[in-house]
Every structure is written in C-alpha cells, then in structure tokens.
Write a protein that binds this ligand. Structure first.
Ligand SMILES: *Cc1c(COP(=O)(O)O)cnc(C)c1O
Length: 406
C-alpha cells in the first residue's frame, strides 16, 4: 500500500474562498437556504441533492456550507470519502452506533475506552436493547470469541484511554469483514499519527475537542466515513445526526478550520516533547508508559501502523499506584512547579493532568478498572508545548523525586 501523508491530502482539498475573495472561508450563518428552482426542493428531501450531490443546501441541521468545509478537510485527513461534523465527540459516537444498531443487536468493544463511551455502551444503550461485550483490545481472539449472530459492530480506540493500549486495526478490520461487521475506530488520541481508514476501519470518529482543536475552548466532534453512510446519518426521515440533532454551529466550524493548518506542527511538537519527557522519566526509574518507548508492550505494533513523521502522540501515564500519591504529584506539578494544570481532557497547548480512575474513567466500576489496568494512582498527562522543554524536564524530575515516585 502506498504511504499516506495526511498533510498532503488535507491541503489538496479544494480551497473554499470567502465572500469577496476572502482568504478564509465565510461563516454562513443562515438556518435556511434559498432554493432557486422549486423543483429542487423535493430532490433534496429524497436525498438526491446535497453538498456532495450538486451543491445544494436546505437547512443548517442538515448541511451547512461552513461546517461542510471543515468536514471536507477532516475526510481528507482520514482518507474517507466524506465526513459530517457534530456538536461533540460523544454525539459522533452515539449517532454512529445508533445508526448501525437496532434493538436486539450487539457490539464488541475494547474495554479501555473513554469513560463516556463506556457508560454509553454499558449503561445507556442496554436500555435500548443494544448490548456490548467488552474485551482486551490487545487480544484479537477475545474479539472473535465475543462475536454472536446479533453482533453488528467492532468498536475500539486507536490508542486506548487511559491505558495507552494500541488496537491492531488491520487485524480487527480483517475479523470484522469476515463476519460482515462494521469496524468503528475512535482516533481522538492520534489525529495525523494514525489513519484508521487506511488500515481497514470503516468509520473513524473524533472528539475534535482534544488535539484537533487544540485550544480547550470548545466541544466538537466528527464522523468520517463513506458517502453512503454519511447520507444515511443525514437522511431526513431516519438519519441519526439529522433527527437527534447534534448540529455543529458554523462559527465553531470556522474556529476549528483556522486551527487545522497548524495541527501537524502541533502533533509533532506534542510527540517530540512527550517522547523526551517519557525517556527521561524512564531513565530515572519512574513507572512511565508511552507508546514511543521500547518498553511499551505494543511499541512495534504502533510503529507498524503510524504515518511517518508525527511521533507517538502527546499522552503518557505514570503509575503512582496509590491515588494519594498521584494527587500529591499533580499538586506539586501544578502549584509548585507550574508544570501543568490539574484538569480532565487532553490535546491542549498546556499540560493537563488527571487521575483517570477517579475522573474520566470513574464510569468504569473499580473492580473492572483493576482488570483492565487502571490502577487508582494512574496519572494521565497530556503534554503541552508551552515553556522550554529543558525546563519542563527539570520540573518533572524535581516533582517525582520530591513526591517519592522513585
Ligand atoms: C473526550 C473524548 C470523547 C468524548 O468527546 P467530547 O467531545 O467530550 O464529547 C470520546 N473519545 C475520546 C477518546 C475522548 O478522549
């Protein structure tokens, strides 16, 4: 297979000029759109017209010109035919799964997924008659064993949150397609770095809130898939995005479009700094996990999947074993060293730190957390790129020594 460069793909997208020839796209703030010929209206309602089918807009919960510009860039980045933007990562995930699954259907999912996704699959969807079996993402045979005649979807994160376990997307794709299932991959942790669709995923979902936007000032998501699937989601009679209505505002889309040009630069810098800090911590004897380290059990696997030149991502974990110790380390790093901020989320320009077991993964029961490798003291750190790297390394060395992590 030919090497894929998401940067090249993104900047080959047809350029959208603003009104009056603006170098930035215009923000189309209109809920509804004029149809020049009344005969076109029924065609839109029958799904025969749309931005990819003759450039026709109807109503902004359907397609909007500005959010559509963003969708085209994201589809190019993920090398899918088409994409739709949503109001959050959770709505992208929920609409995708509800579009494919009916009551009585079943999903096989990685057990180390984002806490909200775990709650959606484990608590909310069973109330609608859609059940999920959770398995270890590093064990392909566990996925296979869990498949039943009712299964419709295999779901995983490319890099699992917060355990940083890597999914073998090629193997999962093969398995899914043998059983006529759809492989859905959440690529929130690794935009640019991993291209799941190139490795055989059918649908790629994103929380744009994190790295893609990169400024921690808005909530947004996207679904990247075939034209056929996106048109199903937008169907006026039963499309899940169209009828459940998690619409992205065009002003939000514009903000994100303005940050896409430096996404590759940011991802490289996140990766470079996370790698340097992870290596330094490992040399000090700190129990650190990062896919870029040779000691990561799936280092070779991620290297066999990633796009050259963007590194291994911006998230590392330190296992402090006990919650109190993790909290002490975070407090020291924030309040004494000004190394980063104690906050959930990731992909920000500043470093964000949280203790996953009692925050973003608290939806997962403590005994299950233990099983999947989330210790009460597992500290997740999303490494930012503010300040000098040398200074950051000194700060974290001081912190781990003071708090007795080694
Ligand atoms: C944050 C996150 C989500 C949810 O996205 P929102 O934009 O907060 O709705 C889903 N998956 C992963 C991996 C995440 O980190």
């Amino acid at each position: 297979m030919q090497k894929f460069n998401p940067e090249v793909a993104m900047w080959r997208v047809r350029r959208e000029f603003g009104e009056h020839g603006g170098v930035t796209p215009s923000i189309s703030r209109s809920s509804t759109f004029t149809v020049m010929d009344p005969g076109i209206m029924p065609e839109i309602f029958h799904g025969l017209r749309g931005p990819e089918k003759g450039g026709c807009f109807l109503y902004s919960r359907h397609f909007n010109p500005t959010t559509h510009v963003l969708a085209r860039y994201l589809a190019a980045m993920e090398d899918t035919e088409f994409a739709v933007c949503t109001a959050s990562g959770m709505s992208a995930i929920a609409c995708t799964l509800l579009q494919i699954c009916r009551s009585g259907n079943h999903i096989v999912s990685s057990n180390t997924v984002y806490g909200g996704t775990h709650a959606l699959l484990g608590e909310l969807m069973p109330e609608m008659g859609i059940t999920t079996t959770f398995v270890d993402p590093a064990d392909i045979s566990a996925f296979e064993k869990a498949i039943t005649p009712a299964t419709r979807v295999i779901y995983t994160e490319a890099v699992g949150n917060p355990t940083l376990k890597i999914a073998d997307i090629r193997a999962l794709s093969k398995l899914a397609h043998q059983h006529k299932l759809v492989l859905v991959v959440d690529n929130t942790f690794t935009p640019m770095i991993i291209s799941p669709a190139r490795l055989g995923a059918d649908i790629v979902v994103h929380s744009i809130t994190k790295f893609i936007n990169g400024a921690s000032d808005l909530i947004a998501g996207a679904i990247c898939a075939s034209k056929d699937f996106i048109y199903k989601l937008m169907d006026l009679n039963n499309g899940r995005v169209m009828l459940l209505g998690p619409t992205m505002d065009p002003r939000i889309a514009f903000d994100i479009i303005q940050r896409l040009p430096h996404l590759p630069i940011r991802m490289r810098e996140h990766s470079t700094r996370t790698m340097a800090i992870a290596r330094h911590l490992e040399n000090l004897g700190v129990p650190v996990s990062y896919p870029g380290l040779l000691s990561h059990p799936q280092h070779d696997l991620i290297q066999s999947m990633f796009n050259e030149g963007y590194g291994f991502g911006g998230v590392l974990t330190i296992d402090c074993k006990k919650k109190e110790k993790a909290e002490k380390l975070m407090a020291f790093l924030q309040n004494r060293e000004r190394f980063g901020l104690i906050a959930v989320s990731l992909g920000y320009y500043d470093t964000l730190m949280s203790c996953s077991g009692s925050s973003t993964s608290s939806e997962i029961a403590p005994e299950d957390q233990d099983k999947i490798g989330i210790s009460p003291g597992l500290l997740r750190i999303s490494i930012g790129y503010t300040g000098s790297l040398e200074d950051r390394i000194q700060q974290i060395e001081m912190a781990v020594k003071t708090v007795d992590i080694i």
